[in-house]
Design a protein. Structure first.
Length: 498
């Protein structure tokens, strides 16, 4: 059977593109190449952006009621077909089916938030601000906007942005990771079925050529990005240099503080869940556990015992944890395990030596646990993006806070304690954008906004929630004076007070 070729989606239809460059799409559980992906040329980017630009005036002027109806229809279709999308995610990313289903559900929350756009876009009005002068405020869409999304959440991360962008009247060009293109194309077809006008939602697949084309294109008004910190910085600097509004979410090194009074069984459960879920390929994964005081031995023992029962394998076979996304990612993570061992950390659980439940040559590293990790070791300083959990022993709460605040990242953090005063102090003092109290992965609900501090975010605006609405719109203030009517006239409507 021949390998299918995937390309782009423009103006409501598949677009083959003009490039002679292709990349492989792989099932990471088996190592099998499942498709070829056409990587966009500069001409392809022009074609897709032109489609979004052409329909923007009509979509901007479409009534808010109609836009909301289409958003509700998309929501209903996604609810009906969520298992299809989850299966695509598992096939190309590798995360287990239950995790993929959870990703779709979290993305759907933003769609549902965007269904309330009529309320979210309400302006304000002041009557008689000056004598017979009224002042009102309105918010209007930007125009064609770009979304550049990562491999680890092929559906959820794009859905952090495009429901709000579309509901507020913008048109969208989505550039997904070339490792996981099928989810974006699937959602494009779903939008068409929901009744979205052709050209409002478009997909361009590719690599740096596509990214640079979007960052520099004069018709693209904003860029939303999620990925590594070096690329987030590049996206922010390049996009803003070309006059665009940019929100660029970068990397992370998320710490979990466990105080001596914490429920250690709960803490161990959640360290395993947050450290090894999705094979650690989450920007909100816990990778550093700070054991405070004398609890270190007990906590490490409880975590290690729990890893013994985890099944690593093909995400369609009921495993707990799937593969890394590529062979290169597997080798990179295994290299960090080698480095941690060489640096003198205690390797408690070695994920390099597992027998995964999978066929073929998948890209697996099992759950890995280090103890007695030093803060100068690469397994602590670097974002590994794999199932590697490092335990750092600290003597006091103050030492834990100092470590977190000294870190260049500030995406997410958590504290496990039964002391309300300690938790309150932690949330006040820690220099991180998203905080969990006995919650290891504090991803906010869609009506709040997602984003970190420091090198985890470039730009001032977080994703979704009210900040997302403001990012995809611009404010206007209208000041009005009307002369009094000089005469009456026939009016059979309901009597009005004058």
């Amino acid at each position: 059977m021949s390998t299918p070729t995937l390309a782009h989606w423009s103006a409501g239809a598949e677009l083959a593109g003009t490039s002679d460059r292709f990349s492989d799409v792989t099932n990471p559980a088996t190592g099998e190449v499942t498709a070829k992906l056409s990587l966009a040329s500069s001409s392809d980017v022009e074609t897709v952006v032109a489609a979004a630009t052409a329909v923007f005036p009509g979509w901007r002027d479409t009534s808010l009621a109609r836009r909301t109806q289409i958003m509700f229809r998309f929501r209903e279709l996604l609810n009906e077909r969520a298992p299809e999308l989850a299966a695509l995610i598992t096939a190309e990313h590798g995360k287990v089916l239950s995790d993929a289903a959870g990703e779709v559900a979290r993305g759907q929350e933003v769609v549902e938030f965007a269904c309330g756009m009529p309320h979210l876009l309400k302006g304000s009005h002041t009557e008689n601000a000056s004598t017979k002068v009224d002042v009102s405020s309105i918010r209007q869409p930007l125009g064609p906007v770009a979304i550049i999304s990562p491999f680890n959440f092929p559906a959820m991360v794009p859905m952090w942005f495009f429901p709000i962008a579309i509901a507020t009247g913008n048109t969208v060009v989505l550039k997904p990771s070339e490792k996981v293109p099928s989810s974006a194309l699937w959602m494009a077809r779903l939008w068409k079925e929901a009744g979205l006008p052709d050209g409002v939602f478009n997909v361009v697949n590719g690599d740096k050529v596509a990214v640079d084309g979007l960052l520099t294109h004069p018709d693209i008004k904003s860029v939303s990005f999620v990925g590594s910190t070096p690329i987030a910085r590049y996206v922010y600097e390049t996009g803003t240099a070309h006059g665009k509004r940019v929100q660029a979410l970068g990397g992370a090194k998320n710490h979990m503080v466990v105080l001596p009074d914490a429920d250690l069984d709960l803490a161990a459960d959640q360290a395993v869940n947050a450290g090894y879920g999705s094979a650690g390929e989450r920007c909100m994964a816990i990778s550093a556990v700070l054991a405070v005081g004398e609890i270190g031995d007990d906590l490490v023992d409880r975590i290690a015992k729990r890893t013994a029962n985890l099944r690593t394998g093909d995400g369609t076979r009921g495993a707990d944890m799937g593969p890394l996304v590529t062979a290169a990612a597997r080798d990179r993570v295994a290299g960090y395990v080698d480095a941690g061992e060489s640096a003198g950390a205690t390797l408690v659980v070695d994920g390099r030596r597992i027998s995964p439940d999978a066929s073929g040559e998948g890209f697996f590293v099992g759950p890995t646990l280090f103890d007695h990790v030093g803060t100068d070791m690469s397994i602590y300083t670097d974002e590994i993006f794999g199932p590697v959990l490092s335990v750092i022993r600290v003597d006091t709460y103050d030492e834990a806070i100092a470590l977190i605040n000294a870190n260049p990242y500030g995406n997410g953090t958590a504290i496990f304690t039964n002391d309300g005063g300690a938790a309150r102090r932690f949330q006040n003092e820690v220099e991180v954008g998203m905080i969990g109290v006995n919650v290891p992965v504090p991803v906010p609900m869609a009506y709040y906004s997602f984003g970190g501090w420091k090198n985890s975010l470039f730009g001032d605006t977080h994703a979704h929630g009210t900040e997302g609405v403001h990012f995809f719109t611009r404010g206007k203030v209208v000041t009005t004076r009307w002369l009094d009517p000089s005469h009456g006239g026939i009016n059979l409507g309901f009597p009005q007070n004058v």
